[in-house]
Design a protein around this ligand. Structure first.
Ligand SMILES: [Zn+2]
Length: 357
């Protein structure tokens, strides 16, 4: 056991945005640092700091430098790879206005940029009545059609809009045309990557009448017109745990705990990011406890073997999975059909383990 094998409370980084709001505080329960409109809180950025215990004051990047293997575990190390970074980024996003329409490259397409691609999943925490997401493009469009619609500021007529409500989960493969609509507070887990191509901004301009920069050429290069962000049907693993989404980059679980201390055995293969989205939980391991309030995120290093969870809380848990051991086997054992399990990967189509594992 390393000296850093304990539950770590993370201090997020907040991003004020004109399209943001106050729901990170009013709905989720976070404490916002100023009275600005906040669009995002980055929960597991490399620069995020640890609040408690022997590593207090260190950033995630500091811990990676000191002992990456203990923090990430073998699967986390593979995902980190040559980037030598923390491979998964968890965020909370509050959209008070519709965001620009975006697309991300996949891992292969991002190589020339020296970056990772970005596949992501969204879990809706709160949606105003009638709130929608842009989840793809209408069927049968060519790149030329898309290009022309961007040019004519009419892409809004070609996108697929899907209404969502609290509790929904969607998996957004790299290459999918997507945007978050107004009135939505969500949790996002994604491959750690900052490559976002802004495809379309609804013809909006700033106070001086200038449009925001678009990345039309890059967007057209990586967009896969047939891809959609599909709603994923959650599958129950056991009394407390549900699998919300799973693909080769991440697994996302929802844990509902009702004040019975529960021992969770972790096998050391990956770290866990645990975010409370309702209630409060006490997480304990190796004589260190933290109280996780709604809106807070904890990092459980891979070197933590046994985690005790107590409280009445709804938790979102993200990690780098062994798809067979962590996803397929437990869900099969719980009685779920193979095709239902495969649907956890949305339009990625199947649960595919990367070569070399
Ligand atoms: Zn995105």
């Amino acid at each position: 056991m390393t000296k850093h094998a304990y539950p770590m409370l993370l201090a997020p980084r907040f991003d004020p945005k004109i399209w943001g709001g106050r729901r990170l505080e009013s709905v989720l329960g976070k404490q916002l640092p100023t009275d600005e409109r906040f669009g995002e809180s980055l929960e597991s950025d490399g620069a995020s700091h640890i609040v408690n215990g022997p590593a207090a004051g260190s950033s995630i990047d500091d811990l990676l430098q000191a002992d990456a293997a203990a923090l990430l575990g073998p699967l986390g190390m593979v995902a980190s790879g040559d980037f030598a970074d923390f491979p998964l980024l968890a965020k909370f996003i509050d959209a008070s206005d519709v965001l620009s329409v975006q697309v991300h490259p996949n891992d292969e397409e991002a190589v020339p940029l020296g970056k990772r691609g970005k596949t992501e999943a969204w879990h809706i925490i709160h949606a105003e009545p009638g709130a929608t997401l842009i989840t793809g493009l209408k069927p049968g469009l060519s790149r030329a059609d898309i290009s022309q619609a961007i040019e004519e500021v009419s892409l809004g007529e070609l996108v697929v809009e899907q209404s969502v409500s609290s509790g929904d989960t969607l998996l957004i493969p790299a290459g999918t045309t997507h945007a978050i609509g107004a009135g939505i507070l969500l949790y996002e887990i994604q491959e750690a990557s900052d490559v976002t191509f802004r495809m379309y901004d609804w013809g909006r301009t700033d106070d001086e009448g200038n449009p925001r920069e678009l990345h039309v050429r890059e967007s057209l290069e990586v967009v896969k017109p047939e891809l959609r962000a599909d709603r994923v049907a959650p599958l129950q693993i056991d009394q407390q745990r549900w699998m919300l989404a799973a693909c080769r980059f991440f697994a996302l679980e929802r844990w509902d705990f009702q004040r019975v201390p529960v021992d969770v055995s972790l096998d050391g293969s990956s770290f866990r990011l645990i975010s409370a989205i309702g209630g409060a939980a006490r997480l304990s391991a190796n004589d260190v406890s933290i109280d996780l309030a709604s809106g807070q995120t904890a990092l459980i290093p891979a070197s933590v073997g046994q985690l005790q969870v107590d409280g009445i809380a709804t938790l979102l848990v993200s990690y780098v999975p062994d798809l067979e051991l962590d996803v397929v086997a437990p869900l099969s054992q719980a009685g779920h059909a193979d095709e239902d399990i495969a649907r956890l990967a949305g339009m990625l189509g199947h649960l595919e383990t990367p070569a070399g594992l």
